[in-house]
Design a protein around this ligand. Sequence first.
Ligand code: NAD
Ligand code: 6OH
Length: 491
Amino acid sequence: MPRGSSHVKFIPNYIGGEFTKGSREFPDVNPADGSVIAQISEADADLVDRAVQCARKALIGEWGRVGVRARAAMLRKVGEAIESRFDCFLAAEVADTGKPVSLAAKLDVPRAAANFRAFADLISTAGLESFQTETPDGKRALNYAIRKPLGVVGIITPWNLPLLLLTWKVAPALACGNAVVVKPSEETPATATLLAEVMQESGVPDGVYNVVHGFGPGSAGEFLTQHPDINAVTFTGESQTGAAILKTVADSVKPVSFELGGKNAAIVFADCDFEDTIAGISDAVFLNTGQVCLCAERVYVERPSFDRFVDSLKRKAESLRLGSPQDPVTEIGPLISKTHREKVLSYYRVARDEGATVVAGGGIPGFGNSLDKGYYVEPTIFTGLAESARCVKEEIFGPVCHIAPFDTEDEAVQMANDTKYGLAASVWTSNLKRGHRVAEQMNAGITWVNCWFLRDLRTPFGGMGLSGIGREGGMHSLNFYSELNNICIRL
Ligand code: NAD
Ligand code: 6OH
């Protein structure tokens, strides 16, 4: 990768198989200490246009003639190449996000390789429906569908699981024969750019995978979604950004797939396996410093267990090791940015103003070293808020939850569903009949029983309400990233 000055890395765009410099640069900041780790090259409207044209050229060139078997083989190579450069991806992801190295090593990088493998397997075996048709007036026909690429897909992703979420979309898009232009988050550009090197090495033809860097409005994100020659947009990020993108693509009626925010509930019954539940809820609230769209920010606990649960989760929260992302024992890193920390701390203040009891945390930790310049906040637990409080209604996206008691199953279901979002929920009980009964009533795209963020890449993934449009995962991804052409042959 080309380098800028001798001190910081330079992160270029990747267009038509070439690492390309834009006209402006902006800094890539390490959230653990506020230091500048790289200069990122911003793509202007001309460069975004060039990326889209290169993608289109690839579709009518060599890539358009690559069959399913060869595509699957290429995706497997990409998965292997990610694994053989595991340490590079790990270092880049940890430096950009500030997430603990132990987490990125078990979650982000392995999932990126798994995403490519899963869609290589799926596209190799996926069939389509066919029907032998008999009409009322006696005609006979054979109907069958074939899968064609959508064309050029714009992929826009957030900063919380940068490589995992990018590859979750790139892998099925390429499996279906599309060419992509990706716009990773301005906060976390490194791994999308490293992936470009892997694409080159793995024989993916030039123009099939393009990366443009920059921001949303008035920058690469908006230039991409406004571009008349893209055929679809797939986006993961905030609900209000999804709304802005929907408006941008409305006039040209482009297909969209949106995975958006959440205000997810966890329901804990008194008969749960208590220790497992505390460990599970601690992950659900605090993993990745609470910056996972699936995180539980609302925890409802059956009243007989409420005091014990609050006390145990408090002890767990206070025992979590905050520290340098590079330290293998660190469990909690910083938030992504200064601005995001201000947002999270403003919710900590709002909660107090709304009358919350601060059970744990609520402030900024002190380290007495360079980490004090990082964007850390304490893992935080509130109780005592009304269900109408802003901190119970709005997505905070930090290491924080509110815990409220409930008396009946119906009351728990009603409180959990009282949200405009609908991404994920979890139910904790040793009564599996009840686990199913409650899960079935959740207004959510995904409900886990006695677990959280346990993923099978073949299952439908997405949200309802403000949490998204459509589902990806397994065949749902293949169906979004393809045009199905039904052919009817008169027999
Ligand atoms: P964001 O919406 O601010 O940014 C996401 C991406 O969109 C970035 O690449 C950004 O540059 C781009 N963008 C912003 N405005 C744009 C515009 N007008 N046009 C085109 N592109 C634009 O989100 P974020 O802050 O990076 O991520 C955090 C949010 O993402 C949270 O709300 C979280 O819940 C959500 N999220 C959802 C999922 C999911 O699967 N449902 C997964 C991860 C994150
Ligand atoms: C949101 O922050 C996490 C999303 C996770 C996935 O999209 C996934 O496929 O696991």
